[in-house]
Design a protein around this ligand. Structure first.
Ligand code: KG4
Ligand code: ZN
Length: 380
């Protein structure tokens, strides 16, 4: 296994076609380029990702995106020493495009191929360094590698889970959502409030101008010791606050008004509703993070990842957490990814692959690597 490597990462699990070049050595990973072709414009009219449209777009965009990543990194195909690809979990047709492309590249370059778990990679995003100097790695400018064991929180459109991470490659799930992912709840909240897709960033922007105490929305904590999450009740409560609670069908029929309301809408403005929603959603996340930290006193690091880690209120609350003394002598080193690595990207895929390859002595996966809609991270 060489001491350093230049890895090409590929990510196509949902609606972003992404490629990145990462240079890695014993001190960690530095991103030389990270290119993301978003498909938002293709899915906007459906207010959600349409799998067939997404996989077709990946097939059209993958090679141009890979070429751009190599050009921006200032490297050629011949410089690549491994090809990493997100092969689970995700939309199967989308994953297959990335996996097929990665296999073809790895085979033709005669370099190792590494299949990566997308959720695990989201937690690696907070460990990435960005190259500021056109490819030069400046050790002094590197962020120190995080200490393990760590607590990990993945918050995205498809996942909301807490992990105990014993290294970048070994983690156990402590809890996860029993219904909607938090990003999905944000996207549905945006639809309720008449905003576009993806909704998370738009709800976040609107919420910053609203009053979070305007409407009381539920913060679902499940059992007092649970590390699971639930966001579907919050979403329904927002719908009722915005549109009113429908009357029982028999009462509606008796009154002759199919749209009769048992409780009228609150009349709160969209920005107040967005702020109330955002505060309830972020509170539920922070309560569970604190619980996990208390339960794992040997963890001094908190890794965050996934699209919702771009959220302004969540970032502010996590910053506060990082400044607090949790217990005598105990502070938490909170690692939130740079904005460009919060959403789906390929730098996190390539970066994590370096650690996996090192653990396996440089041996990659064989060309029978498959794609899977499900992840395989174990649950405690
Ligand atoms: O990680 P990601 O790119 O894809 C998945 O793996 O799902 O996350 C996308 C999700 C979407 O649901 C999007 O609405 C949400 O992240 N998101 C946000 C923000 N930016 C993106 N949610 C809340 N606030 C934001 N600022
Ligand atoms: Zn993701």
């Amino acid at each position: 296994m060489p001491d350093s490597a230049t890895l090409l990462g590929i990510e196509t699990s949902c609606d972003e076609t992404a490629a990145a070049v990462v240079r890695a050595d014993a001190d960690g990973t530095v991103v030389l380029s990270s290119v993301i072709a978003s498909q938002n414009e293709l899915h906007e009219e459906y207010r959600g990702v349409v799998p067939e449209i997404a996989s077709r777009a990946h097939a059209e965009r993958l090679l141009p995106v890979v070429r751009q990543a190599l050009t921006e990194a200032g490297v050629s195909m011949g410089d690549i020493s491994a090809v990493a690809v997100g092969n689970r979990p995700g939309l199967i047709g989308c994953l297959l495009v990335g996996v097929s492309g990665a296999k073809a590249l790895a085979w033709s370059l005669d370099v190792p191929l590494v299949g990566i778990d997308h959720v695990q990679a989201h937690l690696y995003a907070a460990c990435l360094n960005t190259s500021w100097d056109a490819g030069e790695i400046q050790p002094a400018r590197r962020v120190p590698a995080p200490r393990f064991p760590a607590i990990g929180l993945v918050v995205s459109g498809g996942h909301t889970s807490l992990f105990r991470c014993d290294s970048p490659t070994r983690m156990m799930r402590l809890g996860s959502t029993i219904d909607d992912a938090v990003g999905e709840a944000y996207d549905k909240a945006a639809a309720i409030l008449g905003l576009g897709f993806p909704g998370g960033p738009q709800v976040d922007r609107l919420a910053q101008r609203g009053n979070p105490d305007a409407v009381r929305l539920p913060v679902s904590l499940l059992d007092s010791d649970s590390l699971d999450f639930s966001f579907s009740g919050l979403k329904t409560a927002l719908l009722y606050a915005a549109r009113g609670v429908p009357a029982h069908p028999s009462r509606a029929a008796r009154s002759g008004d199919a749209h009769a309301l048992a409780v009228p809408a609150t009349g709160a403005s969209a920005q107040d509703l967005a702020a109330s929603f955002q505060h309830a959603a972020v509170r539920a996340l922070i309560v569970k993070v604190r619980r996990a930290i208390e339960r794992h006193p040997d963890c001094h690091t908190l890794l965050i990842g996934g699209g919702v880690s771009a959220n302004s209120l969540l970032r502010a609350r996590l910053d506060e957490l990082g400044r607090q003394t949790i217990a005598p002598g105990r502070r938490i080193d909170v690692r939130i990814p740079e904005m460009q690595y919060c959403l789906d990207n390929a730098a996190m895929i390539a970066g994590l692959a370096w650690h996996i390859l090192r653990e396996r002595g440089g041996t990659g996966d064989d060309l029978s690597l498959s794609a899977s809609p499900r992840g395989d991270l174990a649950t405690v």
